[in-house]
Structure formats: C-alpha cells, structure tokens
Design a protein around this ligand. Structure first.
Ligand code: GDL
Length: 703
C-alpha cells in the first residue's frame, strides 16, 4: 500500500502516515458475525485494503453499555477476531461510543473508559477510536460547569485517552458534527470544528462523512475547507452504501462521485456499507479499485487501467468498469456452494437429459441423480446465474442518489405508457404502433427481472441469496404488478387476475403502516429520484406559508397563457373564485403547497376546504357534492408537468385528510395548458354548473 503524507499531522509528528482504507462496521441493526468479519479481512487483504473499524451501533458493549467489560467468552472471540485481522494484514481499530450517557467531567467515567480500552488492548488490539456521532448536542449541567463547550469536553477526554493508551499509531475521533450539513453556521465558521481542530492532539485523525450524512458527491474543495479547520486531512467515513435508514433499500452500485484526486488530500476512506454482509461485495470491491486507482497521486502509477475516455471524467477511475470487475468476481462466489451438501451449478449435460431409460447418472460427488422416465415429470431446470443478471441486480439497487440505467428506463417507459393511455375527458387515447412497441420493450424488461429472480434463487451460494431475498422479492412483486398494469392498459389479458382486483391481497398494497403514513404527508416523494427526461431541473415541493404570498402573486401575474402566446387584457378575463387566492382569501390550513426550482418559487397549489362563501361573493352557486376548491398555477418556465402532477396529488391528499370529499377547480377555457393538464390527470371530469360566465369551465373529482 502506498504511503501518503498527511500535511499537518504527519509533519508535526514527523512520520509519514499510511492511507487508511477499508470498512467501518458502523451501522445500526444486527452486527455481522465473527465468521463474516473474518471473511471480510481475507477479502480486504486480497483487494489491497488495510483497515477495519469495529463500531457496530447496536452491539451492547460498543455503545449502550460501553462501561461493561467483556466476559471471558466474549474476550476469547475478540482475541480470535483481532488475530485474524492481523493475519490478513488488516489494521483492527476498536471503536467505542460512550456519548449516550457519559459525564465528561467525572473522573470515574473517564477511568471506566480507560479500563474498557485497556481490556481491549490486552486482547491484542493496538488501534482505537472514540465516536461521538448521533448523540445529544447539549452537555449535562455538571459538564456545563466545567467545560466551555461540548467540543472542549470531547477533546479533553479524547486527548487523555489517547495519551493513556501510549499515543497509538492509529487513533480516530468521530466528531458530533461529522458532516458539513451539521455545522453551524458553516464548516469554516463552526466553533465546534475549530475547537476540535485547534486542540485535538496531532496524532489523532478525524472522521468526516462529507457534505451530508449520506453524501452524493465529495469534492476536493470541500475536503480542503474542512482540512484547514481541522488542521489535518480527514478520514472519510463513507455512508454511500449504508442502508440502515430504509428497510426497502440496498446498494450494489459502484463506489462513485468521489474524484480520485481526493486520495492525496485524505487520511483515508472507510466505507460503512449495507447492514447485510454478503451483498457488500460490490461496495468493498469497487472501493478497493478506487483506492488503488491513484497510487502516487495525480494519476501517477495507477495499477488498473481505469480511465474513462469521456471528457470531464476521472482520469484514473471509471465506476462502470470497476463495477464490471466486481460483478465478474462476485459471479464466481455466487456459483460456489457455501453450505455442506450445497449443490454445485447445474451440469448442462444433465439438464438436457430430461427423459432417459438409462441407469441413474452419477454426479461429480458420486451421488446418484434421479432421472425421470417417459411420462414422468421432467426435472426442475433453472438456468445458472449470468453476469447479465448481476448487472441487472446492481442497476435495480444502485446508489442512494441514482438508479442504474435499466431502472431509469423502466421508470421512463412506464410513465410514457401510462401518460399515453390515460383517459382524456372520458375517452381513451387509441393504441398506436409506437405504444405497442414500447409496451413490448417494457414487458421484456419485466421478464428479465423475473428471470433474474429465478436464477438468483437457484444460485448455489445460499448465504448471498438469503441476504438479498427480501429485496429481490420486493422488486419482483413491484415489477410484476407494473407489468400486469401495462398489459391491462394495452387491452391484453393480465397474467393473473389476482394481481389487479377489487379485493387485493396484502402484497398489492405494499409498505404497511409506514407506507400509509408517508403517502398521507403533503410533501411525500418530492425528493424521489425519478425525473422525467429530458428534465434537468430539480424541483422541490414544500408547504405554503403566508410569507410566500408576494412570490406567488408574481407567478400568478404571468398567467393566463393565452393560445398563440398573447396575453388577454385583465378586464376581458372572466372572474374566477380563485382570483383572490392568495390575497383576500387564504388557503385552508395544510392546503397549500409551493413549487420551487433553483430560481425560486415557480408554482403553487392552494385549496379551500369550503369555498361556499367565496363563491357567493362572485354570485356562483356550487354543486352540493363539490364544495371544496383547488387551484394550481405554474410559471411558464415550468414546461414539465411531472412536478405539477405530484403537487396536485399531494394537495388532494391533504384536502382529503382535512375532510374534503369533493374538490372542483375553475379554469379559463383559453388556458389550454391547465385544461389539458386536468383532462390528462384522469381523476378530474367536467362538471355541469349553471350560471357560469362564458369561457369558464369547471372540473371536479371526488376524494
Ligand atoms: C449516521 C451514523 C451511522 C449510520 C449512518 C447511516 C455516522 C458517523 N454515523 O449518521 O452509524 O450508519 O448515519 O444511517 O455516519
């Protein structure tokens, strides 16, 4: 492994420091087993990684009961683990998280911390870490009397422990503000980070997760900024593959969006990956490729030809190629039985031989294989897993901020197919040749997912399968339902009538109570990864507040967009009930949403749960079943209607929660954009109302 000099700390301590690379077991939930960890060390060594940080959040004695010493049995296991790391040249770093309930000013507490770390040192451990992430930021009254700030308290205890342990070569400190998003008011002005940077002894490295807890990108500039405050290059604790915050996600995309010219600017990188051990093959393998890619810095002596020819891409590392390398190696592991009595991959000659009058055949292991006679059931013959299957698996479960290309295509196609078959004011768009073509393409993508599922279930390595099972089952169900829906849209027979029916099984309404709660929130899904192509703008939808009124009125003034682009004089426009909203009318509580892009407010959706009085003011009589009003406007720069659909959907869901049962909207006939929008939504239909001024139409929906 290469040596990288860490500017300040190394200079001060006078020795070059090794670039720390590897894995932190730092997630919430079930810790990995000792066997899994031992296997990890072997892989780390094979792939050139050199460190493992032991920090499982829900291990009793790591955090909640940090004071408790290990029992002789536990100690024995730790000894074995530490020596297995050593045997594989992996630096075992033992971390402890005392911050939940430690009183920093109490010497007995500090003594308890030292006693615990002394015990671990006696078990053979030489590298340590103190973690203060995810704890209360307020000090207890006793500490407030002694320390000027929480940072001072943490630094004092950390320096004392570091010195007590004889200033180990590797000692890591995780601050409470461990990413830019937590720093107040900013990284460069964070008094917490400055206190840490100025007072923590130079031999101690600081962990940092980047701009956010789960960082999309980590730039060189951001690292330079934090390094200058910390007075040392940070060691990245990377949560890019962590999945402990959402039980429906797992990440098998490549390590990415961290330029390799970061490497010389860092003390190291430790990835905190998925809770499930086995699916982390890609996460760890691609991190290792990344770490090897910039040996010597500035694209110097790289040992893997990784450069991507595309302009602006990293000269040393191509995520797609790193992924293919990882998946190729992973396929071999998938095809290797991991349990005694496991089945090797099916012998293709045996599979072809469905019927036979001959003697039962022998397997490689000498066992006799049952061969059915004519008229008997043929043997179950699932095909072996392929590299293509693993590529698809990775694309479906890619990264926190990005789906793989097949996943994106599936979403785009489903959206297109749906949008081009929606009800248009009662009628249905006819099926075109293009629709059929794209339907078939979508269908074959769904079939590929189902096939991948079947082949994965047949993989000889059962441990990997079991870790993946819930996720692949979930995606298979989602895809099966989408496939059935598209077939139904195309007027075809659906594979099983049970998939879409009036009395569905629980697997048709997924997500449980948590899913139900999320769907009820007005802003649910505004950060979904799916963006309509070729949309490049990122929109967000948030609740309306009265301070938004001025900006909203500006959006409103851009309206109406008349056919032909001309703007009709104000006086000739027919009056609408919503003209005073917002203004002399205020939206009902929880019935307002604001759409924003990078330039600011660009749309809004507002509702009145009871519009009777407002209607009376302009001599309008409402229909009995539709007393609630919704109005939505978009700035002309918003050409994509996807965010508008989401906004109106969220508004209707909030109005339903507020007790509304029938919602109407008034539209000027000349406002083709909005008339088309509501017509294509599918849920709104034209309503007949007497006494409407000319040029005004009303559409409504029951909730
Ligand atoms: C965190 C926790 C980590 C957790 C991760 C992802 C750090 C320093 N701490 O904030 O334990 O796994 O988020 O949920 O990242």
């Amino acid at each position: 492994m290469r040596k990288v000099s860490a500017p300040t700390a190394a200079a001060e301590s006078g020795r070059p420091r090794r670039f720390i690379s590897g894995v932190v077991e730092g997630f919430y939930g079930r810790p990995w087993t000792m066997e899994q960890r031992a296997e990890l060390f072997k892989r780390e060594q094979k792939w050139g990684l050199n460190a493992y940080l032991y920090a499982p959040k829900d291990d009793y004695k790591h955090r909640m009961y940090w004071r408790d010493l290990y029992t002789p049995e536990e100690a024995e296991q730790l000894v074995a683990l530490i020596s297995s790391a050593k045997a594989n040249e992996v630096n075992f770093i033992y971390a402890i998280s005392p911050g939940l309930d430690m009183t920093f000013s109490n010497p007995t507490e500090v003594a308890a911390l030292k006693r615990k770390l002394d015990q671990v040192r006696e078990l053979g451990c030489v590298s340590f870490s103190l973690l203060f992430d995810d704890i209360e930021t307020e000090m207890c009254p006793a500490d407030k009397q002694v320390f000027g700030s929480f940072a001072h308290a943490q630094v004092k205890v950390t320096n004392e422990v570091f010195t007590h342990l004889g200033q180990p070569e590797t000692f890591l400190f995780c601050p409470t503000d461990y990413c830019a998003a937590f720093c107040s008011p900013s990284v460069s002005q964070s008094s917490y980070l400055h206190t840490v940077g100025d007072n923590l002894l130079p031999g101690i490295d600081v962990l940092w997760t980047g701009p956010k807890v789960v960082s999309h990108h980590i730039t060189v500039e951001s690292i330079m900024e934090v390094s200058s405050v910390l007075n040392r290059p940070p060691v990245i604790w990377d949560n890019i593959h962590a999945n402990d915050y959402d039980p429906q996600r797992i990440y098998m995309g490549p390590y990415k969006d961290r330029p390799t010219n970061l490497i010389p600017k860092l003390g190291g990188v430790l990835t905190n990956p998925n809770c499930e051990y086995y699916p982390n093959f890609v996460a760890v393998h691609t991190l290792a490729t990344w770490c090897r890619s910039n040996v010597g810095g500035a694209g110097g002596a790289k040992d893997v030809e990784m450069s991507d020819q595309e302009a602006g891409s990293d000269p040393c590392y191509c995520p797609q190629r790193a992924l293919t390398l990882a998946l190729t190696d992973w396929l071999e592991v998938f095809l290797t039985p991991d349990k005694p009595g496991g089945r090797p991959p099916p012998n293709p000659d045996l599979l072809k031989k469905e019927f036979s009058d001959e003697e039962p055949m022998q397997t490689d292991g000498g066992e006799r294989v049952y061969v059915p006679s004519p008229g008997e059931k043929p043997l179950f013959t699932a095909e072996p897993l392929t590299l293509g299957d693993l590529q698809l698996l990775s694309e479906l479960f890619y990264l926190p901020y990005e789906y793989g290309s097949t996943a994106r295509t599936m979403l785009t196609e489903l959206d297109w197919l749906k949008g081009h078959r929606d009800a248009v004011v009662g009628a249905v768009t006819p099926v075109t040749a293009e629709w059929r073509l794209r339907e078939e393409r979508f269908d074959s993508m769904c079939v590929a997912v189902e096939t991948m599922f079947n082949r994965l279930c047949n993989a000889p390595n059962r441990s990997i399968l079991y870790d993946l099972y819930n996720y692949i089952c979930d995606i298979k169900s989602g895809v099966t339902m989408a496939r059935a829906y598209v077939r139904q849209l195309g007027g075809r027979r659906i594979p099983s009538p049970r998939v879409i029916c009036v009395d569905p099984e629980p697997w048709s309404f997924r997500g449980g109570l948590s899913g139900e709660l999320q769907r009820m929130l007005p802003c649910h899904g505004n950060r979904d990864l799916f963006r309509h192509p070729p949309m490049t703008t990122v929109y967000s939808i948030r609740p309306y507040s009265p301070e938004d009124q001025a900006e909203i009125l500006k959006v409103k003034e851009e309206e109406p967009q008349e056919e032909g682009g001309a703007r009709a004089p104000e006086s000739t426009l027919p009056a609408l009930i919503s003209d005073g909203l917002p203004g002399h009318l205020a939206p009902s509580s929880d019935c307002g949403l604001v759409l924003e892009d990078e330039r600011g407010v660009c749309g809004y959706a507002l509702g009145l749960t009871d519009a009777t009085a407002a209607a009376q003011n302009i001599q309008r009589v409402l229909l009995r079943d539709f007393p609630s009003l919704a109005t939505m406007k978009l700035h002309p720069r918003v050409t994509d209607l996807a965010p508008a659909k989401r906004m109106i959907g969220s508004l209707l869901s909030s109005m339903k929660n507020s007790g509304c049962r029938g919602v109407f909207c008034e539209l000027r006939q000349s406002d083709r954009k909005m008339v088309d929008f509501y017509s294509h939504l599918g849920s709104f239909r034209p309503l007949k109302m007497v006494g409407l001024p000319q040029g005004v139409i009303v559409m409504g929906t029951s909730l």
